[in-house]
Design a protein. Sequence first.
Length: 221
Amino acid sequence: LQELARQIQAGGGHALVTPTDVTKPDQVAEMVQSTLERWGQVDILVSNAGQYFRRPIAQMDIATLEQSMRVNFYSQVYAVQAVLPHMLERGSGHIVLVASMDGKKALPPDGPYVIAKFALSGFGDTLRQELHGTGVYCTTVYPGRIDTPMIADIKVPNISAKISPEAVAKAIAAGIVKRKAELYLPWQVLPLYYLQVISPRLADWAVRTLHLAGWEKPQES
């Protein structure tokens, strides 16, 4: 984080680095308060906290599910609740919730992760409608596989190739400018989404046949 802040400042920008445990609402509130004290307002919130949990539901313990919900769902709720009063008071702002295609079509055995992302999808859908006419906007992002260390040990088929974080960032920036309600990327995820809407069983077949869940890479000895 410190290196990122240095690079931003070297380019003529300004950065405030605030180490925060996003599963703790009081720390999230302190982070937002620090931002308000530094710049006076929050124009855009990009809530992107996430942790990948891969476990079949039959083998899933409640502690794992609860941790997934804390990181992948509640952390984003805390962030929204911390900035929303200020945005509503000003009558402007944009909230971006980074979900996952796992929040539209489940890929087994991602049970704990899927459950949290489905909850986030519902949260974003509700929030966007409640904000109508307030001057505050909400965009929910549904990316496919992103090439980050979080899924470095997962091999995926070419049809579901990992995309770069930079591609996601550019799409989010464009989505904010266009005030998009939802973003799906890359475009290859859309057929699966539409198939799920039309026929969940057919979408299940596509997940199995195309190996969309991927394979775990063997551990190096």
